[in-house]
Design a protein around this ligand. Sequence first.
Ligand code: HEC
Length: 138
Amino acid sequence: MKIIHYLLLTSYCLIFSSCSQEDVKLKQYYIDGQALYKLHCANCHQEAGQGLAGLYPPIAGSDFLKKNKDLVLCSMRNGLKDTIVVNGKTYRQPMPSNTQLQALDVAEIATYIYNEWGNEKVITDVKDVQKTLEKCSK
Ligand code: HEC
């Protein structure tokens, strides 16, 4: 795994000739986040983030994602039992909690989904996630 990461990062540097420490960290978070997303989230939200019928809301192109970042971070660990509206459609299935996710896992998954589907070009840093997770209402 580590070797693959190294090779991906090196080729990224060569292709984009941009290899600052921030870039490398972003890429590392993104790659780890993608793997964690596939493991913990894709069975419901699907690999391409399109969701599943009326049951599981889409993450790709979701207006909810952009407007509710703190709530999204909290939901990854604590689940979400609410009636929410995503792109004009109502969802009321509960999302289960996943208490095994550490702050770093949440930060990496957030970096992946917000770069892939939320128009962000920055890292969601573990230090900020830690602060947010401490403030989640349960
Ligand atoms: C068992 C299925 C399931 C799993 C696994 C799951 N979710 Fe969800 N997710 C849902 C459901 C259902 C909702 C809607 C919850 C509600 O209506 O209160 C939701 C809501 C969301 C939302 C807010 C709505 C939107 O689409 O923008 C985001 C973001 C999200 N999930 C991300 C994730 C991430 C990231 C993971 C992995 C850490 C994950 N989910 C794991 C079922 C799931």
